[in-house]
Structures are given as C-alpha cells and as structure tokens.
Design a protein around this ligand. Structure first.
Ligand code: ADP
Ligand code: ASP
Ligand code: MG
Length: 409
C-alpha cells in the first residue's frame, strides 16, 4: 500500500463546502488503495484575522503568545476534516503538532522543523486510519508551540511525507499547478508539467507564494516529489494533473526560462558617503545580522574621491524601519545620511537553462529598457537574474518579460 500526503491550503478549506470537497479528495485516494495522511492549513483568512487580533491587543506582542494565538486556526480545520472523513465512514483522527511531536527551533513566528516523530501515526495508518495533521505548528525544546512562518503548512506536509516515506506529497491549492508566472497577474501564463527543485526554490524565494521555500528545500534534500494541483475542477482520470516538482534528472525538456516572479515585500536602503576602507561593510552589516535582519541584494559604488562611497542594499519591507533604527544606533554611522525607499519591487527570471544559454540577462535588460523601466539594483545567481525597479512598473515588467521569453500559452 503506497502512502500519500495530501495538503490542503486555506482557500481549499475556506468554508464547510470547500472542506467537504477536500474530504472527497481524501476519500478518493483511499478508494484507490492508498494510505493517506492529510495536512491542513487554517481556513482562508483565519490566520490573517488572528495576526490582526494580536496586533490590536499589543502591537509589540510577545512572540510566544503570538504563536499560541496564530497556530490555532489549523487546530480547527484538523478536527473538522477528521469529522468530515468519519461522516464518510472513514476512520480518521486529528493530530496537532505537539502530539507527534514535530520538534522545531524556538525562533517564534518562523521556526524551523528539526524532527518529526511518526511512529504512532504510522502504526495507526497501517491499521487503516487517516491521520489529519494541523500544519504550520511545532513544539520547541522549551515545550512551547511555535509557528513555521507564513505558508508553513507546505513545510509541515513535506516534513510529514519525508518522515512517513510517502511516495508523493500532493499540495492542493487554488490554481492548477506551477505556472510560468502568477496566473492571477498574467492570464496567459502557462502551467508547467514539471519543474526542478532548484528552479522551484528560486521561484518560491523570489516571491511566488504558491509553495513555502523551506518546503521545497526540504523536498529536495529528502527527495520527496511534490505535486501542486487544484482543489477545484481537476479532470478525473489523469494521474498527475498538476505540476510535479522533482529532480532535474526527471525533466526531459529543459526550458531556458521557466518562470518570472515579482516580490512586493522589498525595501531599499542607501547609506550615503560611508568611508571606503577595509572592514567597513562588516561594521554596517554585523549589527544587522545580530538583530536577525536578512539583507538581500547589496551594491557598493566606486568611490569618486577615494575616501567615501555609497552602499545600497535591499531587505524585506517588514524589516525596514527596524533596520533604520539599528543603523542609526551604529556608532560609525552617526553622521551618515540613511535613505529608505519602500516604493520598489523585485522582478526575477528563473531557469536552469541559463547555465548553458548566454543572453538571458541581455533579453531582460533590453525588454525593460524598451519599456522605459529603470533598473535600480541587479543581482544574479547561476539560474536567476533579479532586478529592483519602481513599484509602478511591476506588472508591466512581468507581462513584458513573459512575452519576451516566449512563455505564453
Ligand atoms: P494556499 O492557500 O493553497 O496555500 P497560496 O495562496 O499560498 O495557496 O498560493 C497559491 C497562490 O500562489 C495562487 O493563487 C497564485 O496567485 C500564487 N502564485 C504566484 N506565483 C505563482 C506561480 N508561478 N504559479 C502558481 N501560482 C502562483
Ligand atoms: N495558515 C498559515 C498561513 O496562512 C499557514 C499556511 O496556510 O500554510 O500562513
Ligand atoms: Mg500557501
């Protein structure tokens, strides 16, 4: 009997009708003879509401209590899913993160899964019971609940699939798979049949929220195939109707560019006229690292006068004001002008084919130039090129690049 993990996202559980629809998918996999574990998100909007409640009670809330509140949305759906399955005559039991347990780091709000104890769940699965696990939550070494960062149920699902040795992890969502770009922004986006882990990690980390980046990193490390597919309107009979995220070796036709992403969660900080001398970058970025702030793109200009230069870097918009605070308290920067620009987005093109095809960056730069879009910062990796541009051009840039790389249907 093969094991499958099915994960349902918030829109797939938005209300009772959607939850019943999801329960039907679980029942169908049982009928096909699979042993099934289910991972559920909170109902659509529930987590946002809980976050908002924390903010309104206490803007500078304690992270442990934030997690106590925000993790609760998944407890509701896990119980409801177990009830919906029992109603269908299927033995089912809900599980919360602490009951396995799923152990995680104590970085509250974005904890990492460290381990997962599946022994008891496995014996119950072997008896034919369906396990319904609340996603997004784990237990720290101090016995507190912690959440895994927004979108973290994806990572719960992959961790469970790895722990159970499942054949595949099916992620049910509100689109039919992974597309060449966000299909809500570009209706001409094309669904991909397969995509490599490497590309999916870049696409996820560059802003497509369809899978949490850590979920794909874990799937790649543990070699768990992921299928992303729709909860709604999937044609029956097709074995893999969605997109398979798999090893590069399983992909026959490799496209030069597989996807285009954009991220609005960006801010740009420029330090004007800092000393151009050895060790200065360490003195700027050291305090940020200590404050747990992740810096993304960095550029340092050539010094005009041989003594001072400008340093520009980008980071998550939610960290921007805290970063400015930290920089202002850095002794070396007391005299430095700090410019913050939150009116920026990052647009990226991703594709493994870039390794062997020159000219991909040039197509990007020429396309943006043609539309009169100024590039503020550029960064590249082996399979990705990212540019920072003004927010007003985000959609134009994504649409034009989608055409320029020939990605439409
Ligand atoms: P869930 O609630 O099921 O976890 P999410 O909202 O987290 O779903 O992720 C699904 C959304 O991801 C889609 O509705 C889509 O707008 C967005 N998305 C962004 N980029 C892509 C892409 N390249 N392919 C598919 N979906 C994408
Ligand atoms: N409910 C959580 C969130 O909204 C986790 C998830 O849906 O994956 O971020
Ligand atoms: Mg999600």
């Amino acid at each position: 009997m093969t094991r499958l993990v099915l994960k349902f996202g918030g829109t797939s559980l938005a209300g009772i009708a959607e939850l019943e629809n999801a329960a039907n998918k679980v029942a169908l996999e049982r009928e096909r003879g699979h042993s099934v574990a289910v991972v559920v998100s909170a109902m659509a909007g529930a987590t946002n509401d809980l976050v908002e409640h924390c903010r309104s009670v206490s803007p500078l809330h304690d992270a442990r209590e934030y997690d106590a509140v925000v993790s609760s949305g998944e407890n509701v759906t896990s119980g409801l899913m177990a009830l919906a399955l029992q109603k269908r005559g299927i033995a089912a039991r809900s599980w919360q993160g602490w009951q396995l347990p799923i152990s995680c780091s104590d970085v509250h709000g974005r904890a990492r899964i460290l381990g997962i104890e599946t022994k008891e769940m496995e014996s119950r699965l072997d008896e034919g019971e369906v396990a319904v696990l609340a996603g997004f939550q784990g237990l720290t070494s101090r016995n507190r609940l912690a959440t895994l960062g927004r979108g973290g149920s994806d990572t719960t699902a992959v961790a469970l699939a790895a722990g159970l040795g499942a054949e595949r992890c099916d992620i049910y969502t509100d689109v039919a798979g992974i597309y060449t770009t966000d299909p809500r922004l570009v209706p001409q986006a094309r669904k991909l049949d397969r995509i490599s882990y490497e590309e999916m990690i870049e696409i996820a980390s560059m802003g497509a929220k369809v899978l949490q980046t850590r979920a794909v990193e874990m799937a790649m490390k543990k070699r768990v195939p992921i299928q992303v597919l729709s909860s709604f309107g999937v044609l029956p009979g097709s074995d893999l109707p969605g997109t398979l995220v798999t090893g590069e070796e399983n992909i026959m036709e490799q496209e030069v560019v597989s996807g285009i992403t954009y991220s609005k969660d960006e801010a740009k900080i420029t330090l004007v006229g800092v000393p151009d001398m050895p060790g200065f970058a360490a003195r700027i970025f050291g305090p940020l690292a200590e404050a747990g702030i992740n810096v993304d793109m960095i550029v340092q200009n050539i010094s005009q006068d041989g003594t001072s230069t400008d340093v520009t870097f980008t980071l998550s918009r939610s960290d921007a004001s805290r970063t400015v605070e930290v920089l202002r308290q850095t002794p070396e920067l007391t005299e430095t002008e700090i410019r913050l620009n939150e009116d920026v987005v990052k647009v990226s093109v991703v594709g493994i084919g870039m390794r062997s095809h020159p000219g991909v960056a040039q197509t990007m730069f020429a396309t943006l130039a043609d539309k009169g879009i100024n590039i503020q910062v550029i960064s590249t990796s082996e399979i990705k090129i990212s540019v920072l541009i003004a927010t007003e051009y985000a959609e134009l840039a994504v649409r034009s690049l989608h055409v320029a790389y020939g990605l439409e249907q």
